[in-house]
Ligand binder design. Structure first.
Ligand SMILES: Nc1ncnc2c1ncn2[C@@H]1O[C@H](COP(=O)(O)OP(=O)(O)O)[C@@H](O)[C@H]1O
Ligand SMILES: [Mg+2]
Length: 580
């Protein structure tokens, strides 16, 4: 991989997402400016209020100040609303954009990426990281603009009233800031601990739920209870630590502010100011500005860590967006019918550092042939057929359809030519109807679906379910038996009606009787199609045009059933094992 991206690059890239929304973003900034101005104006207003209104009963001040208070708060409210609303508007637009981009990216990544990634991590990247990025960005921008302006305004007001007192404050202020910063660091550490231990808690719960059957059979309840007690207790302790810091934080800060106040009151009333002594109104205005200054100052000191968090989350998103998609540089379209499929010296390893699982495999298949692959588990049958729709890339050799290498076709055209029933059936949490019609874009009629189900011997059992074709199958088809799931998957593949049919142990979960029936359906369907079958029961493939025997990633034998039996080698041995 390339070197880690620089933070400024990540920041610039994030800003590119904000750019299209610059008008709304401008409204938000205007709101922040208004908000900052009103804070300063409010502190300034304290002077005429006290000196004019209370002390001297000045008639203009008596009217002016209350009206000004109301006007100020109307402006402040409108400005606050605009800054929050428009900032959130931009933030959510960016979150949505990032989420769709990452999701779309996921759909184009190669299969090997999913083999190595954890689904939880991939999900949280879309849901959580994108939100963290946008929140951090909008909060830090709000803090930066609003609080910087507020601080500048308030400080200017303070200096205007008394530069001596302001200097005094500038000496005490940073000391308070330092102590508060120390405490907030502890606080952040405590929150991080809570977050991590929350992760542990959910992890234990999730395993206990997902593994409930294993827990029951193997009597793992005590073990799980113990595990849960451990994470539950440490979560409680981390929460208590955070509460302690928080509860101490408030009186500590108040005490510090009180000390600062005491010093400034002492200086203000003492002889040090000489001729520059303040009126009560000026003094209150000064103190008001000082108190209003603490909150924005504190937020400004945590700005950096917030930006860092956002950048870290942004980097993880961008690294996902920068991953290589499946290579789809081919331009040709497969013309039907398919006349030949040719594997030539194909070698493949799942990872460069792992041994090859296919070693120079050569097979040629003619149009309409049914080819059966047999061999011990782990001999490379699934790997071999998953190369045809380019689920994985191979390292050397070539695979071609109609004489053209499969890489020269567009992925869409290649995959459109192939129907595939994989070893592990995947069903969506939807109705049976939608599972079977998956990918047809709703253009398919009920009759066509039913015809496919009849062929897959699924029609009868589907009608027996409470809602027939509209029955929901549950997460990954959990409401169906293994054999029923397989028949739904076969129906789905048959409905696709592609010229090449690949069946990877597609009937392994069926009992002998149903398998025989499904097999009859499949036999009719294989006619006129080029079919690759991985069989787990040899009896189902005796009629295949050719049987290919695989061992340790190599083709060790091929021929018809009777030829291979006569040879009395690998196939005949496998056959004896199953039928003795
Ligand atoms: N996704 C994968 N990642 C890494 N190795 C794999 C993967 N799938 C299969 N293998 C390995 O490849 C070898 C062949 O597996 P496979 O093609 O599934 O055999 P078969 O289908 O004949 O049982 C096995 O050693 C297996 O461990
Ligand atoms: Mg397999």
């Amino acid at each position: 991989m390339t070197t880690a991206p620089r933070a400024s690059d990540t920041y610039r890239r994030l800003l590119a997402y904000v750019r299209p929304h610059w008008v709304r973003f401008g409204y938000a900034v205007l709101g922040m400016v208004g908000f900052a101005l009103t804070d300063t104006a409010f502190a300034a207003l304290l002077q005429p209020m006290l000196d004019g209104g209370f002390a001297q009963k000045d008639q203009t001040a008596v009217w002016f100040v209350p009206v000004a208070i109301i006007v100020l708060f109307i402006v402040r409210g409108a400005a606050g609303y605009a800054s929050t609303y428009y900032m959130a508007w931009v933030g959510w637009a960016v979150i949505k954009q990032l989420r769709s981009e990452v999701f779309n990216k996921y759909l184009t990544l190669p299969t090997s990426f999913y083999d190595e990634a954890s689904s939880g991590e991939l999900i949280s990247r879309i849901t959580f990281n994108s939100q963290k990025v946008a929140n951090a960005a909008s909060t830090s921008l709000t803090v930066f603009v609003r609080d910087t302006l507020t601080s500048i305004g308030l400080l200017a007001l303070m200096f205007w009233h008394s530069w001596q007192l302001s200097l005094c404050f500038l000496i005490i202020g940073p000391i308070i800031g330092l102590i508060v910063g120390r405490v907030s660091k502890q606080f952040r550490k405590a929150s991080r601990n809570i977050q991590n231990s929350m992760g542990d808690v959910s992890h234990v719960i999730q395993e206990a739920i997902d593994g409930s059957r294993v827990v029951k059979i193997f009597g793992g309840q005590d073990n799980e209870i113990e595990r849960f007690e451990l994470v539950n207790e440490s979560n409680r302790r981390f929460n208590m630590r955070e509460t302690k810091i928080r509860a101490l934080n408030v009186p500590l800060i108040q005490l510090l502010v009180a000390i600062a106040l005491a010093i400034i009151v002492y200086v203000a009333s003492g002889p040090m100011l000489g001729d520059d002594s303040l009126s009560p109104g000026q003094f209150m205005s000064f103190i008001g500005a000082m108190l209003l200054l603490f909150a924005p100052m504190r937020r400004l000191t945590t700005l950096n860590s917030q930006i860092q968090q956002g950048i870290a989350a942004g980097e993880s998103l961008f690294s996902t967006l920068d991953l290589e998609s499946e290579i789809d540089t081919g331009t040709e379209v497969i013309t039907h019918p398919v006349s030949s499929i040719e594997y030539q010296g194909v070698t493949m390893a799942y990872r460069p550092d792992k041994p090859a699982v296919l070693n120079g495999v050569s097979i040629s298949i003619r149009s309409g042939e049914t080819i059966a692959l047999v061999g011990e588990s782990g001999s490379g049958k699934t790997s071999l057929i998953s190369l045809l729709p380019r689920m994985y890339e191979f390292d050397s050799g070539s695979i071609s359809i109609n004489g053209t290498p499969i890489q020269d076709y567009t992925l869409a055209s290649l995959r459109d030519t192939i129907s595939y029933v994989s070893q592990d059936v995947v069903l969506f949490n939807d109705t049976i109807m939608n599972n079977i019609a998956y990918g047809t874009g709703d253009s398919v009629s009920q009759e066509t679906v039913e015809a496919a189900c009849v062929a897959a011997h699924a029609h009868d059992f589907i009608l027996g379910l409470d809602k027939g074709y509209e029955t929901l199958v549950g997460e990954n088809g959990i409401m169906l038996s293994g054999g029923q799931r397989q028949r739904v998957a076969i129906a789905r593949a048959l409905l696709k009606n592609a010229p090449i049919l690949i069946l990877d142990e597609a009937t392994s979960a069926l009992d002998n009787e149903s398998e025989r029936k499904v097999q009859q359906g499949l036999d009719t369907l294989m006619q006129g199609r080029t079919t690759l079958v991985v069989a787990h029961r040899l009896s189902t493939i005796e009629n295949a045009d050719r049987i290919i025997v695989m061992k340790e990633g190599k083709v060790v034998e091929q021929g018809s059933h009777s030829e291979l039996i006569a040879k009395n080698a690998h196939y005949s041995k496998l056959h004896q094992l199953q039928f003795s």
